[in-house]
Design a protein around this ligand. Structure first.
Ligand code: PLP
Length: 414
């Protein structure tokens, strides 16, 4: 497809930005790679790769333990990432706990905030579209403290049922944990309105921002939630990095989750004085090089501009959806008016693993399966789906190549 106009003369040079991602230039099975699996993990720009490389070549030491120069430099890289992440989501830096990812961040809230507070009869409210990382920790904690899990269901377009949402936000609910953006449907939930309504009723909210933070400007102060979790590797950063933002009052009141070095002020056999948040929740040696890389990722994304990224991905999504709608027998799951560039689909009579395997031979990387969202797939009534998930570094030409490959593969499987 040709002739896609630029949105504005001030638009970033997308081709030049794409060229900053070395992996995207490679071939797979002799075909140019079309990487449509960014919801799974994003690719990394040269600046991130260089930051990790530079850390190990020039600065490697442990954090907060040494007075020597390298120790200071390592601490600067690590704490610098905290400062950048805080700025990126409009938070205070002492409210950012650095974690290995969203999974750790949610577990931290489950064990340190929820478990000591919840009582039999209390409700943890979830939605049908949650990732397992925002379901299983709550099941584990609910089983320990006798709380109950309830679920807000969806409308056919993949948005939350507003009436049910309203009804379920009762006084019994102590925590509402919901995703900002669905990793299967692409639905972007109106988290600001939802958190406002929850707060009015005294309900604490946790937002899983894994699929939102990489694709739009996120402002936790404006959202008004209590906890916001996200992961670094979907944000152009290294694996094993992420963060939990929490209101200071919650962090102050939460006991440590893991014990060890870094999270203490003083240790005696008779008892230990814990460190202040956020360090109280960062026991042991962290992924320092990873956070050096994540800091560089934030710089890179801010350089592109999150508004521009959002607009670019909306254009790509419109193109992809328009093309998929012309394929006979293809069912597309998720038609929310506010939707991220995540497109799940199934083709009648074709198993999505077969589809994804043959697409791979054409150089196209899509995910197939249940996307760590079994309850959602059960609701959709399909065993598995294929999922094409895009990022700003993808192109309209890649969408055309994907559609051509899909038509070819489908003819083979029919
Ligand atoms: N939540 C959502 C919506 C996700 O898409 C993912 C990853 O796929 C996670 C949580 C878990 O993230 P991580 O595995 O990085 O902890």
């Amino acid at each position: 497809m040709s002739g896609h106009p630029r949105v504005s003369p001030h638009e970033p040079d997308w081709a030049a930005l794409r060229a900053r991602f070395p992996l995207l230039a490679r071939q797979v099975h002799g075909k140019p790679l079309v990487y449509f699996d960014s919801a799974n993990t994003s690719q990394k720009p040269d600046a991130v790769i260089a930051a990790v490389d530079d850390f190990y070549r020039r600065h490697n030491a442990n954090v907060s333990r040494a007075v020597h120069q390298l120790g200071n430099e390592a601490t600067e890289a690590y704490e610098g990432a905290r400062t950048k992440l805080a700025r990126f989501i409009n938070a205070r830096r002492d409210e950012i706990v650095l974690t290995s990812g969203t999974t750790f961040a949610i577990n931290l809230v489950a064990y340190s905030w929820a478990q000591p507070r919840l009582k039999p009869g209390d409700v943890i409210l979830l939605t049908r579209m949650e990732h397992h990382a925002n379901i299983v920790p709550w099941q584990l904690v609910a089983a320990r403290c006798g709380a109950r899990i309830e679920v807000v269901e969806l409308l056919p377009d993949g948005t939350l049922d507003p009436e049910m949402l309203h009804e379920k936000l009762t006084g019994a609910v102590k925590l509402f944990a919901l995703t900002h953006t669905s990793n299967v449907l692409g639905t972007v939930n109106p988290v600001r309105d939802i958190c406002r309504e929850a707060r009015r009723r005294g309900i604490v909210t946790l937002v899983d921002g894994s699929q939102a933070v990489p694709h739009r400007a996120v402002d936790v102060a404006a959202i008004g939630c209590d906890f916001y979790a996200f992961t670094g590797h979907k944000l152009c950063g290294p694996t094993g990095t992420g963060a939990l933002w929490a209101r200071r009052e919650h962090l102050e009141a939460m006991p440590p989750f893991l014990g060890g070095g870094e999270m203490i002020k003083e240790v005696r056999f008779e008892g230990t004085v814990y460190n202040d948040p956020p360090h109280r929740f960062e026991a042991g040696t962290p992924n320092i090089a990873g956070f050096a890389g994540l800091g560089a990722a934030v710089d890179f994304l801010e350089g592109v501009g999150m508004q521009a990224i959002h607009a670019r991905e909306a254009q790509l999504l419109a193109h992809l959806t328009g093309e998929l709608d012309h394929i006979d027998g293809l069912r597309l799951f998720g038609r929310a008016p506010d939707k991220a560039a995540v497109v799940s689909f199934a083709i009648d009579g074709v198993h999505s693993h077969d589809l994804a395997t043959l697409l791979d031979l054409e150089g196209v990387a899509v995910r197939s399966g249940q996307h760590c969202a079994h309850p959602l797939l059960q609701w959709l009534g399909v065993g598995t789906t294929c999922r094409a998930s895009l990022a700003f570094y993808n192109t309209h030409e890649e969408i055309d190549a994907f559609i051509a490959a899909l038509r070819k593969v489908r003819a083979l499987l029919a």
